[in-house]
Ligand binder design. Structure first.
Ligand code: HEM
Length: 380
């Protein structure tokens, strides 16, 4: 326990919401692993330590002790350890391989251009509302096989879920319970129908797990990629020379996307729970403790990255931890990268003068773990 740093953390929580970056360096240097009494968790900031927390699942478990209810997110494979994790993940893994995802490129391109058609000719749009929010939600809704027409509800519930609103979680669970009932009678070729078939074939998938699958895929496919797109525009705005270079050399886009993921990661931190006492960063962490691994801080660790606080558009290699590491490595990474590439290359091509409205007051999402803006007024 380090009282000084507890108060630092408390004071800086307000900064963490929205802009955590200025104080990450200080934490890595002075308190790379420390216990925050208010959060009742161990905070981990250095690259090597964060990487180990993700990799070492035998010590740092993803399973939440004493989950609150049955139909909640803790039933999802994101919150399970092997062997259960592997058996659940394998039920959906084949849908999200790079090859399968690449087959979605024509449809993602079509949706992207339809969204841009709607805004072309306008001077002023909200990049989040008009482009960054709809693309990922339409794509994941189509993969899952849920009505795209309900997407305003999904967005509303996912926004609630990322700030831990139990009513939003309940509403989404009720929605899926109802939808699964319907889909059992009329199955299709979508992912939900496949999961129902797996459930009915007795493949270790319980009814609450089925609902949690749908919720996690919808929320994970929504908030994170939306913020990747919005954060890309924030990076380009902060580094206009880099943006100009990208317009001249669009082949840099894949590297630029990795750098956006590193520099302004949509996910800033993930939690784990110690199964046994363990040593990390010179501290002894008892068994049964919550550990928060700050990927956002790891991504700016000077021992790993040159000029870590600079957006370097062609940084290569770029071993950021924004998609995690180890067995829980983001299942949707190929999809997020593809959606990012298609939307941003369409922006470079069709909206080349896009810039953040200098008069806009940007408001960040009120979450410690998710980094992005609520709305992003841009001029075209
Ligand atoms: C920029 C976009 C994205 C970011 C930054 C991101 C980040 C992450 C991270 C950090 C994890 C690791 C969680 C952990 O270790 O506990 C993760 C896991 C996961 N992500 Fe993503 N994600 C993104 C997009 C997506 C998309 C589009 C999907 C959807 C389909 C998705 C589905 C998942 C799933 C299902 C897991 C759990 C994997 C497991 O536990 O084995 N993600 N993601």
């Amino acid at each position: 326990m380090q009282p000084d740093h507890q108060s630092t953390m408390k004071e800086q929580n307000s900064m963490l919401i929205g802009n955590p970056f200025p104080w990450y360096a200080q934490m890595r240097r002075e308190s790379p692993v420390f216990y925050d009494a208010e959060q009742q968790s161990w905070m981990v900031f250095r690259y090597e330590d964060v990487k180990r927390v993700f990799a070492d699942w035998q010590i740092f478990s993803s399973q939440i002790p004493h989950p609150p209810e049955q139909t909640d997110l803790t039933q999802s494979f994101i919150y399970t350890d092997p062997p259960k994790h592997q058996s659940l993940r394998s039920l959906v893994a084949k849908v999200f391989t790079a090859r399968r995802v690449e087959e979605l490129a024509p449809r993602i391109t079509q949706i992207t251009h339809e969204l841009i058609d709607k805004v072309q000719g306008q001077n002023h749009i909200d990049f989040m509302h008009d482009l960054a929010i709809p693309l990922p939600v339409i794509v994941i809704a189509e993969i899952l096989g849920v009505p795209v027409a309900d997407r305003a509800d999904f967005k509303h519930w996912s926004d609630g879920i990322v700030v831990s609103d139990p009513a939003a979680l309940q509403a989404m669970a009720d929605y899926f319970r109802h939808l699964l009932k319907q889909r059992r009678q009329h199955s299709g070729k979508d992912l939900i129908s496949n999961l129902i078939a797996a459930h009915e074939a007795g493949e270790t998938l319980t009814a609450p797990e089925l609902i949690a699958f749908c919720i996690v895929l919808l929320v994970a496919g929504n908030e994170t990629t939306t913020n990747l797109l919005g954060n890309a525009i924030l990076c380009f705005n902060e580094y206009p020379e880099a943006f100009a270079r990208l317009k001249r050399s669009p082949q840099l886009l894949p590297l630029a996307i990795e750098e956006v993921l590193r520099y302004r990661s949509s996910v800033q931190g993930m939690e784990r729970f110690t199964k046994v006492e363990t040593q990390l960063g010179g501290q002894m962490i008892p068994s049964g403790q919550m550990v928060l691994a700050w990927t956002g801080a790891a991504n700016r660790d000077e021992t790993q990255f040159d000029r870590p606080d600079e957006f370097v558009i062609d940084r290569d290699p770029n071993p950021h931890l924004s998609f995690g590491n180890g067995i829980h490595f983001c299942l949707g990474a190929p999809l997020a990268r593809l959606e990012g590439k298609i939307m941003l290359s369409a922006v470079l091509e069709r909206l080349p003068n896009l810039r953040v409205d200098p008069n806009a007051a940007l408001e960040f999402i009120p979450s410690m773990a998710i980094h992005g803006v609520k709305s992003l007024p841009v001029l075209l």
